[in-house]
Design a protein around this ligand. Structure first.
Ligand SMILES: [Ca+2]
Ligand SMILES: [Ca+2]
Length: 668
């Protein structure tokens, strides 16, 4: 018989102490993370500790569960063989995948046997043939199970297999495969001012860092059409919230007044924010993006509205009361950020919180989300503050997207959530592409990367331990991997020779309004940034580039981490980083192993990590040296190795890796 099975390595069960430092002691006593998106300034030590200190996943001693996915998303590894009879090539074709009769699996000659290794769906039969030398189609001579092929010949039948201990999970593929996405967060107000006429009027009492700064849809469209994103290797845009926001100042919990430049104070839910532009201009943006081969996902904030919103004025019974006993129920003040109170608490006393246990409220909000999809033609949502809303909202939205959107578009609508926590279990709870979210932002991975590669407060051994437990953890989910976003200090400052912050969870608020950091001089911080980007560009998931991080934009905590985009005048370090990000995106696009492969560590020390990524016959080795001196690594294939990032040639199995460098090797 030509059939056999072998096992996937999903990564060892691990016990890891300290890498994901989200234990109670860390958050309660130190500067905890902010709640992304609620945004009147975030992050004071009061208010967040209770919300984020309760994690179990990823903390010391816990074991991750196996990947979670329904049988329909499970894949088993299969192998088919064909006895060599002097052929020049043999290819497997068949119904094991949607286009398997036209795009086969090239078989590899191993001694006197040709072998094909490929994934098959759980317990699913399929038919196949071998194509010899590109012309001759034959059934498998070693498999007696055959059926008529409809053309007077025979197809071989592969009897479905299961692999309870060794399966991997694949996302549902309808149209575009979201594992191929590379995401860029366009903070619209801070990106490009294409129309100064829509900038006013200013919101009184708000200083520049928290004021509208003029960026708009037209400005983004200009950059789409100029090819900025294509040149950088980006294929998906995340736009900040486009909904109309309140035209008033609001007090942040840092004592400063804020405008709604961030979009997280929705008011008229069926209108765009006039300072960003019209619905026509937003639709034109999406069309321009599609014309350039870019997908667009939009930030949608469903947890709350601004108190001036018509829906709150007309339906106060659709919102949780801002009272808890005799106290108000502001998160972290009269109510906890966590548990049941975390679902009903108000982020600020002017941000009424939807009660989605109320069916009418839920339907109104989900209707609105669906309406935005239909109005704009967007391809997905980034969903804000997921753990602060009732599950029913997510379940309803997914169900309606499947029923009302996808049958028309024939494209899977991608939904990525934000749950700002180091607790992998809490993040994973919402990840199920068929019922809730496709994925979430991988905050624990960011924590591990910032510590090991940027700030060097942890080791590459720590990173390796983290990755061993993170591989496959989210099952069929398509997570978004990142090193920076709009709720944490700019990554470049963790990467400086003397980091401004070493705790990856640092909020950076103490430098947000005075003593703000400037651009580092020299190359080293930019090289560390490029090294960290190399890791997320060589792992499965959707790598996210936070606008400006491609050239090392400086900035402390919110709002200083949202400076206006710089379009020219880069330093040598900035230009190096920007070019390196583009090169990494190009390498990722060329190698399925980096987008959907299986990872295996082949070498690790405190300063270096080498891992192998493999998808079928595509094999790539990633060699990372985070130290300030050249390091030799081991375990690569002997012979010539090409670094796909810069095209240079090296010799395996033990090449030297320069300081602060990641090489992405392909054996020749
Ligand atoms: Ca403008
Ligand atoms: Ca809520």
């Amino acid at each position: 018989m030509g059939l056999s099975r072998f096992c996937f390595t999903l990564g060892p069960i691990f016990a890891l102490a300290g890498v994901v430092a989200c234990g109670d002691d860390t958050f309660v006593n130190e500067n905890p993370p902010s709640v992304g998106g609620y945004d009147p300034g975030n992050t004071t030590a009061t208010g967040y500790g209770a919300g984020y200190g309760q994690g179990q996943g990823g903390t010391g001693g816990s074991e991750p569960p196996p990947p979670m996915c329904d049988d329909e998303y499970k894949l088993c590894a299969a192998e088919l063989t064909y006895p060599d009879m002097g052929e020049q090539s043999v290819e497997l074709r068949g119904s094991f995948k949607a286009d398997g009769w036209t795009n086969g699996v090239p078989m590899v000659k191993d001694g006197a046997t040709w072998k094909a290794t490929f994934d098959v769906s759980w317990a699913t039969d399929f038919q196949y043939k071998f194509v010899l030398d590109g012309t001759s189609w034959i059934a498998d001579p070693n498999n007696p199970n055959q059926v008529d092929d409809g053309f007077g010949g025979k197809n071989s039948v592969f009897s479905g297999i299961t692999c309870p201990d060794d399966f991997k999970c694949a996302p549902p593929i309808l149209g575009y495969d979201w594992r191929d996405a590379v995401l860029y967060f366009v903070f619209v107000d801070r990106f490009n001012d294409g129309n100064p006429a829509n900038n006013g009027p200013a919101i009184g009492g708000v200083q520049t860092p928290a004021a509208y700064q003029g960026g708009d849809f037209v400005g983004v469209t200009q950059k789409i059409e100029s090819g900025y994103f294509n040149d950088l290797g980006i294929n998906t845009l995340w736009l900040s919230v486009p909904l109309d926001n309140a035209d008033v100042a609001g007090a942040g919990d840092d004592g400063f007044n804020y405008s709604a430049y961030h979009g997280y104070w929705p008011t008229n839910l069926d209108q765009t924010e006039s300072r960003q532009g019209s619905m026509l201009e937003l639709t034109a943006l999406v069309e321009a993006a599609h014309a350039q081969g870019l997908k667009v996902i939009v930030d949608y904030a469903m947890n709350h509205v601004h108190s001036s919103s018509p829906v709150y004025q007309q339906h106060q019974d659709w919102f949780w009361p801002n009272q808890n006993g005799g106290n108000n129920c502001v998160c972290g003040q009269g109510c906890s950020w966590d548990g049941a109170e975390g679902k009903r608490c108000w982020f600020r006393d002017y941000l009424p919180d939807f009660n989605f246990t109320n069916a009418a409220a839920r339907q109104f909000s989900v209707d609105n989300a669906i309406w935005w999809i239909n109005q704009t033609g967007i391809d997905g949502f980034r969903l804000d503050a997921v753990k602060h809303i009732e599950d029913a909202w997510l379940l309803d939205l997914r169900s309606r997207v499947k029923a009302e959107i996808e049958p028309t578009t024939q494209q899977h609508f991608y939904m990525v959530g934000e749950t700002f926590t180091g607790d992998k279990g809490t993040i994973a709870y919402y990840v199920n592409p068929s019922t809730m979210l496709d994925g979430q932002f991988d905050f624990p991975l960011r924590h591990a990367l910032v510590g090991s590669v940027l700030a060097r407060s942890a080791t590459m051994n720590d990173l390796n331990g983290f990755l061993a437990g993170n591989d496959g953890y989210y099952g069929a989910g398509v997570m978004s991997t990142f090193i920076g976003n709009h709720d944490v200090p700019r990554s470049i400052h963790f990467a400086q020779d003397q980091p401004i912050w070493t705790d990856p969870w640092a909020g950076g608020k103490e430098k947000a309004w005075s003593g703000q950091p400037g651009l580092p001089s020299g190359m080293s911080a930019f090289e560390r940034m490029a090294t960290a980007f190399a890791v997320i560009f060589t792992l499965p998931g959707v790598p996210l580039v936070y606008y400006g991080d491609e050239y090392g934009m400086p900035g402390a905590g919110d709002p200083d981490n949202r400076r206006f985009m710089q379009w020219s005048g880069y330093s040598q370090g900035q230009q190096f980083l920007r070019d390196r990000v583009a090169a990494l995106a190009s390498v990722r696009a060329a190698h399925p192993a980096l987008r959907r492969g299986t990872r295996e560590t082949v070498h690790v020390t405190n300063d270096t990590l080498v891992y192998k990524m493999q998808d079928g016959t595509d094999v790539v080795y990633v060699a990372v040296n985070r130290s300030d001196s050249q390091q030799q690594v081991n375990g690569l294939p002997a012979g010539t190795l090409t670094d796909e990032v810069d095209g240079s040639s090296h010799q395996g199995p033990s090449p030297q890796i320069p300081a602060r460098t990641a090489r992405v090797f392909v054996p020749n």
